[in-house]
Design a protein around this ligand. Sequence first.
Ligand SMILES: Nc1ncnc2c1ncn2[C@@H]1O[C@H](COP(=O)(O)OP(=O)(O)OP(=O)(O)O)[C@@H](O)[C@H]1O
Length: 297
Amino acid sequence: MLTIRNLSKSYGSVAALRNVSLQIPAGMFGLLGPNGAGKSSLMRTIATLQDPDSGSITFNGVDVATNKMAIRRTLGYLPQDFGVYPKVSALGLLDHFAVLKGYLNRGERADVVEALLRQVNLWDVRKRKLGTFSGGMRQRFGIAQALLGNPKLVIVDEPTAGLDPEERNRFLNLLADIGGQVVVILSTHIVEDVTDLCPRMAMICRGEVLMSGEPREAILAMRDRVWSKLVSKATLPDYQSRYTVLSTRLIAGEPLIHVYSEARPEEGFVAVDPDLEDVYFQRLRQHDAAPASRAAA
Ligand SMILES: Nc1ncnc2c1ncn2[C@@H]1O[C@H](COP(=O)(O)OP(=O)(O)OP(=O)(O)O)[C@@H](O)[C@H]1O
């Protein structure tokens, strides 16, 4: 169990994390938020790459701030910008990372490296230079290095951004297989990543936790409150001013809107089964509205 209590972090006048508290059990945990929400700041702080201004993080009862080396030994981290040496082969670089991770026995290291390259389906291309890999292959290589040393805590920061649908699926399947007794935190701004993979999640925006829990429950709580209608582009601003429009998607060039409302907003709206994207946008809209209402109060 990873326990985060009242964590805050600022860069100069930018408050990246504001009093963040989360309980993260074993299994896949999705951390969902728009760009600039503070996801990477939280990931880097958990990964001991930066200190918080206040608050604490414990992993299975061990305080992260005062036991950085112990945490690093149990940590696997795939950062958002994972650079590789383009002229080195996958086999060569993973072997190098394995040495750094403490696998000094050559035979044992060869076995571990082979097992990981097979797990991420890169064994057949192990001798190719990393510079020739596609984005998806690079990310799978990134997961292989993150899994060196059997980590108990795996942090994956925005891994699917820029992957095509097939590579994304392959990558998510790989993550799903890790699961088990390991805590895996997947930070993303892509709602489907969380829907497809995570039994538990949190949403953050502007450094604050908007919700945490099970996506299923959050979706159920929105039932009978999401309505859709195909409108014209000309009338869209009017709908946006009168209703809480959660999302707008173009269907053959015309906007299909999802509106949050406790009752049918007006003629022509049909009730839809909410999904996690509706939950996400509803929380973001609520959060956007909050500062104004707080000020008014
Ligand atoms: N080193 C830094 N110095 C100054 N400001 C920073 C630094 N790192 C992040 N920030 C700011 O802190 C806020 C949170 O950034 P962070 O990268 O943690 O968000 P994020 O959710 O990971 O977003 P993204 O998906 O865009 O990376 C943003 O306003 C960002 O501009």
